[in-house]
Structures are given as C-alpha cells and as structure tokens.
Design a protein around this ligand. Sequence first.
Ligand code: KG4
Ligand code: ZN
Length: 333
Amino acid sequence: MIILGIETSCDETGIAVLVDGAVRSNIISSQIDLHAPFGGVVPEIAGRTHVMTVTPAIEQSLAEAGVGPRDLDAVAVTVGPGLVGALIVGVAAAKAMAATLDIPLIGVNHLEGHIEASFLEDPSVQPPVVALIVSGGHTMIAVMPEHGRFEILGQTIDDAVGEAFDKVARFLGLGFPGGPVIDRLAASGDASAYRFPRALLGEPNYDFSMSGLKTAVIRWVRERQNLEDSFDPADLAASFQEAIVDVLVTKTIRAARDLGIDTVVLAGGVAANSRLRARMRAAGEESGIRVVVPSIALCTDNGAMIAAAGARRFERGDRASWDIGANPALSLG
Ligand code: KG4
Ligand code: ZN
C-alpha cells in the first residue's frame, strides 16, 4: 500500500510517501522566514506560498521515496482544521492527482494526523491511548479508544499553548515562532526563579486556560521595567515554560489514570518542547504509564502524519467524495 500525504493547513507544505506504513520520504517546505517579519503566520502569504511549493514538494517526495505517481494507491490530504486559504491549495492538489491517476482521495483531520504520528515509529504502540494535542491552534486532551474514534476530554477555554509561547516570545522580542526560542533560552534558566499561575490545575476537569499566564508574564515584565529592576531572561523563560508544562503533564497523566488507560501520546508542534518531553516521560515512569514521544520532525506539521491517518482510513474503506472542500473549523471526532 503506497500512499501520498499532503499537508498545507498552516505555514508548512508537508508532503510524504508511506509504503506499507513506513515513511519513505517526508518533505517539509517551511515558510517560517516569510512570516517571521510579521511576528506570526499571515494567512494570505501562507496560501500563496503553498501554491508555489506544493508541486515541487510532491515531485521531491516521490523522487526521494523512489516511486512514480502511477505506483500510488491513494492520496490523503488535510481538509481541516486550519487556514482556509492554505487548506484549499492542498485539497486542490490532492484532487487533481487522485482524479488524474484514478485512485482514491482520502480527507484527513489535521488533529487526527498529529495523533497518528505517534504510531509511526513503534508498532507496539496500540490504542486505547490518551493524547495530549498541543500546537499553535489547539490544546486538548482526547481519548482514542481505537483508530478513527476520538472523544475530546477537555481543551483550552482561551489561547492555545503554542499561541501563548508565540505571544510571550513576541512581547519579549525573541522572534517567531516563539516555542523553539523559549525552549532554547529556558535550557540555561532556573525554572523555580519566578512563580507564575497554573490555571485550572486543581479543577476536576481536563480543560486548560493559557491567556491568564500570558498576561501575568507580560504584566510581571512591565513591572520590572517600571521599577528599572533587572531580571534574567533565561530564568523568566524557564519559569514561564514550567508553569505550562506543570499543567499539561498533571492533567494528561490524571486523565490516563482516571480512565484506566496505560498509554499517553504527545502530539502537535509544542510536543517538540524539550521540557515537556522530559517531564512527561518522567511522570509516565513514576505512574507506570507508557509515554510515547514522537521524534520532533513528526511532532511539528508534516505530511507523514497525514499519510499515516489516510492509510488507516483507506483500510477502513473511507473515501472522500470529489466535492469535498476545506473545512477550517473541522472538529475531532
Ligand atoms: O503543530 P504545529 O507545527 O502547527 C499547528 O498546527 O499549529 O505547531 C506550531 C506551534 C507554534 O506555536 C510553535 O511555537 C510551537 O508549535 N512549537 C514549540 C516548540 N516547537 C514548536 N513550542 C514549544 N517548544 C518547542 N520546542
Ligand atoms: Zn499542527
């Protein structure tokens, strides 16, 4: 079974070829440099750039995998959630390929793709799993009792966690995207230097709130500046990051315990965060829960995760109709 995965929901053109479940190529054409001067992703630029990068990335992905278009059994594409002008580029490319080659077209939910990335590297990982999905647009805990079935246990009531990283980094003038910069800066800081709020930590639910933390950090910095008081940016980054990681780890492990599920998977761009990866692994060891942490290239947006989710759908006989469109607000499950 040879499947092409196309991902264009945000600022990465991700194209991959999967052969019998193994990743043969996983091409990322990143737009970060184009969006960085604006301090965030500009939807108009994202859509236009995908138009230019999608075809060369498909060609490169096929070449690297050593397969021709006629070898493909199916084409899988992200249909949502994401930026509509970015999504439609991938959907149009996938439709054109599937129609020309007369092979099935499979529509994939971006969040389902992030979760499926956790099954790509180790076949011993099996459902049921509790998934922590943390990205620029989403922060949620979901259960996947079997492939293709999802139940959302809780999610952010305001900002996504990646958004909090990006906004705090922008305020501090650290650049875009903020997550990786704060991660690197925090590595040399003291996470217990400053104490920031851990919203909803003790609440008996699986929801999150990130905007209060972001505001607290910004207010704290302004107060220091007004007092002409110096502070160590590395300590600040580490303390901010620790507040986020504390809540994510505690609530995810609690969800797995409450449901009696012994596997937790980390998904989404923020799953690339080194502190989250380390703390989640340690918490898993402490509580006898297996924690699956995909390699970083499979955490941030990529085509392999879409091909993986598409292959599962293909096995289940799921086919998209030709009039399928982009759905920017598509929900999981
Ligand atoms: O999943 P993703 O690649 O795109 C979306 O679907 O949103 O996630 C992008 C987000 C950005 O907010 C970025 O700052 C964050 O993931 N991110 C990180 C790290 N690497 C990427 N956040 C914290 N630490 C990182 N190392
Ligand atoms: Zn994503």
